[in-house]
Write a protein that binds this ligand. Structure first.
Ligand SMILES: Nc1ncnc2c1ncn2[C@@H]1O[C@H](COP(=O)(O)OP(=O)(O)OP(=O)(O)O)[C@@H](O)[C@H]1O
Length: 365
């Protein structure tokens, strides 16, 4: 079922939480609303679900206009056929797993056999078939979240909306449930809107990511596109690029360009279009794209420095390296590639020109 959001605006009093938001979500697509706290992700989802009344705009779900400010249309949540899963599991503790999932079906007065069939089907889907008769209060956090998911799926919603459903779970369970959620979404061909502030979750679950800042979509695209070509330095930073530095001057040349940061030159791949004008530009480099070596290097971007911090992370080591110029860089070394150094070691840091990005500080409105 497709969704179309047109010129959506939501105000809380005088405060504009969502500003002129336009978004089309395709049938069977998993769209992730990603952004930092307060950017308007939950508000957008609540407008879709009918839990919040926008101040302007239009929302169409599966060719049905569910909200239109000009025509005074605002369908209540129960008329939108939207399933919702929240961060808090909201599972009824005094009921069994089966009763929790069957609850809404029973309200629809379906036959006992049909209820049993549909509940068993979704409990199997979320891996809880053996827990049907267990009291819901006796479940782990991950199992409760599966019950919440089953309770939504059993209603066969046109659209499933999930608001940070995994944030109360520990890291390992989060990783596993993330994969399971994606499998279920793909298997059912379910249109999904997923809210998160965690880029790893967004990358793993999304067909497309809509990145929100200050109530606006500042970039939309597939996970790989977003990762490789962020539209601004602040988006790059949010997506985990740890070396983001003010850039004083940018100069184009034959086959290459260069950018200067604190008197320090970075050679950039010539294919990068560096916009002219007075916009504040930033140099962005991923920690994993920097290589660290004890051997002197003579590449285009090769600098001598000293290891100030070496944080062991299992397969990787996270380094803070202070270059001789005083500039500090964050680099990720891989132990298996022999990139292991100690605090105080002299090292050479290199990066391919193609991996240095020069981006505007912000996406301009
Ligand atoms: N009921 C409300 N009244 C007034 N302001 C609100 C209300 N709900 C949200 N806001 C404000 O609207 C903005 C967007 O809030 P929203 O909950 O959509 O953000 P979010 O991106 O989902 O954040 P988080 O990740 O922290 O949940 C925030 O600045 C928030 O303070």
């Amino acid at each position: 079922m497709k969704i179309s959001i047109q010129n959506l605006q939501l105000k809380y009093g005088d405060f504009v939480a969502i500003e002129n938001l336009n978004l089309d979500i395709g049938d069977g697509e998993a769209l992730v609303l990603l952004g930092q706290s307060g950017c308007g992700k939950t508000s957008t989802m609540r407008c879709l679900a009918g839990l919040e009344e926008p101040s302007a705009g239009r929302i169409i779900i599966d060719d049905v206009v569910v909200f239109d400010s000009e025509r005074g249309i605002n369908l209540p949540p129960n008329k939108r056929n939207v399933g919702m899963v929240f961060q808090s599991y909201a599972v009824w503790p005094h009921m069994t797993v089966f009763q929790n999932v069957a609850y809404s079906l029973n309200l629809q007065k379906l036959s006992k056999n049909e209820v049993k069939e549909r509940v068993t089907e979704v409990l199997t889907m979320v891996g809880l078939e053996k827990f049907a008769d267990r009291g819901a209060s006796l479940l782990s956090g991950g199992q409760m979240q599966r019950v919440a998911l089953a309770r939504s799926l059993v209603m066969r919603p046109s659209v499933l909306m999930l608001d940070e459903p995994l944030s109360n779970l520990d890291a390992r369970l989060r990783d596993r449930l993330r994969v399971e959620l994606r499998e279920i979404q793909l298997r059912l061909g379910l249109t999904c809107v997923y809210v998160t502030h965690d880029q790893h979750e967004a990358f793993a679950l999304a067909d497309r990511i809509a990145l929100l800042q200050g109530g606006k979509i500042v970039q939309i695209g597939g996970p790989r596109e977003m990762y490789e070509t962020p539209a601004s330095a602040s988006i790059a930073h949010f997506l985990g690029v740890s070396n983001v530095m003010d850039c004083e001057a940018v100069a184009g040349g034959d086959g290459s360009s260069s950018a200067t940061v604190a008197g320090h030159d970075f050679t950039v791949h010539s294919s990068q279009r560096i916009p002219s004008g007075t916009r504040q530009m930033k140099v962005c480099m991923r920690a994993e794209d920097l290589q660290i070596s004890a051997q002197p290097k003579t590449a285009a971007n090769a600098w001598k420095g000293k290891v100030m911090v070496a944080g062991f992370q299992g397969n990787d080591v996270r380094y803070a390296v202070e270059l001789d110029s005083g500039l500090e860089l964050d680099a990720l070394g891989t132990i298996k590639r022999g990139e292991q150094h100690d605090v105080g070691d002299s090292v050479w840091v290199t990066i391919e020109p193609g991996q240095v990005q020069i981006l505007p500080a912000e996406v301009l409105a």
